[in-house]
Design a protein around this ligand. Structure first.
Ligand code: TRH
Length: 380
């Protein structure tokens, strides 16, 4: 831990959706709460921020949220002193006047690019390497990851313990779900669905509707709703809507705060997630999951999908491994899900045990915020 309070600036441009702000907001809060550093979080789109943190005042150029100084990153940049540690999230371009301020400091700051999450092996070789230089200021690559030699994953201290307690407390789960208007009938499997548009959805919903076990599907408001509407044959689905088709109950949820979303994942038997941050949170939930990866040009996201799968299935029996891999591949190709879902259901107990084991194994790594602080301490 640094002796004096260090000042950190995190820069976030919201490219689309909620992952960019989701990751940086989570990191900023954790650095304040667990590492006693001063954080300024510069964000260019406070509306996206407001969705995951309703307390945000979208008109304020400066505000404090949970100990984090949130700054509007306006197009007309006003001069600001450079911090001791500067994090450019996801290769965002810093304001040029800020770069000048970094170079003018007596001791140049530690400048890092916080990269996207990938399970690919090359990440281990690149994590921590120097990147470009601006005058006297050297930039470094910082890669999150699942394996030793990477920067790890965001995981707040005590998270897994909190999660376990919650999952062992049916009353806490009931109260939480009731707060969202969800009444879970006994013997029903609860599934959350956070995904991009997906042509495979209809076949998955068909499979759930025909299942001998009833399913209660919780869908936060968002991009997948159009496909849900088409399957239900209804229009303008909004938070609170509930529709029943045979064994399947579909319920639309409001978008909730990040900590509530965690509880939603912890409450469900199976979680469909997407992007980067919800993907990691579903792993900490210790429940089987389905990842809708963020699509990239030339299908390079498919390499990332395969890299993760090859790590994740280690320790699973051959049939369970085939079932979950088949499900993930079909989902990401927008293909028919029916058979894959049936096989996944068949291996449910093994996949459940495995999800917990995977979570525990990942929980042994240093978390990303601690790794960043350590990187800084090694650097000074
Ligand atoms: O929203 P995403 O798809 O975000 C991203 C961005 O598209 C980004 O540009 C891309 O590079 C990246 O994916 C890979 O998915 P993600 O990362 O899961 O972010 C969603 C955030 O929203 C996450 O922090 C969880 C949060 N969330 C809530 O707080 N409440 C909710 O109700 C839901 C459904 C999500």
């Amino acid at each position: 831990m640094p002796e004096m309070k260090t000042r950190w600036d995190i820069f976030c441009t919201v490219v689309d959706n909620f992952g960019d702000i989701g990751v940086t907001w989570r990191l900023a809060r954790q650095l304040v709460a667990e590492h006693a550093v001063d954080i300024r979080l510069w964000v260019d789109d406070l509306r996206a921020f407001e969705r995951i943190c309703p307390a945000i005042d979208i008109n304020a150029s400066q505000q404090w949220q949970e100990g984090v100084e949130v700054r509007q990153w306006a197009a007309d940049w006003q001069p600001a002193e450079a911090a001791d540690v500067v994090i450019a999230a996801f290769a965002c371009q810093l304001p040029s006047a800020y770069m000048v301020a970094m170079a003018e400091r007596e001791k140049p700051p530690l400048w890092m690019n916080l990269d996207y999450l990938s399970a690919e092996d090359w990440v281990i070789g690149c994590h921590g390497l120097p990147s470009v230089k601006y005058k006297s200021v050297q930039k470094f690559f910082f890669f999150p990851g699942f394996q030793k030699g990477t920067g790890g994953l965001l995981r707040e201290s005590g998270l897994l313990e909190q999660r376990r307690q919650f999952q062992q407390d049916p009353e806490a789960q009931r109260t939480f779900l009731q707060g969202l208007g969800v009444d879970r009938a006994q013997g029903t499997q609860l599934i959350s669905l956070f995904a991009y548009e997906n042509t495979g959805l209809a076949s998955w919903l068909d499979a759930m509707a025909c299942d001998s076990t009833p399913t209660h599907l919780l869908v936060p408001e968002g991009r997948i709703l159009g496909d849900v509407e088409r399957w239900l044959g209804v229009e303008a689905l909004g938070a609170g809507a509930v529709h029943v088709r045979d064994a399947l109950t579909v319920q639309v949820l409001p978008f909730v705060r990040q900590d509530q979303y965690d509880r939603l994942l912890w409450s469900c038997d199976f979680n469909a997630v997407r992007g980067e941050d919800s993907f990691v949170r579903a792993q900490w939930a210790g429940r089987p999951l389905l990842w809708h990866i963020y699509r990239q040009d030339e299908d390079i996201h498919l390499d990332k999908l395969e890299a993760f799968l090859s790590l994740y299935v280690k320790g699973l029996s051959e049939p369970a491994s085939k079932a979950i891999s088949g499900l993930w591949r079909a989902w990401n190709a927008g293909e028919k899900m029916t058979d894959h879902w049936q096989s996944t259901r068949k291996h449910g107990p093994e996949l459940q045990k495995h999800a917990e084991a995977w979570c525990l194994e990942q929980g042994l790594q240093a978390d990303l915020a601690a790794a960043l602080v350590q990187f800084y301490l090694n650097w000074i």
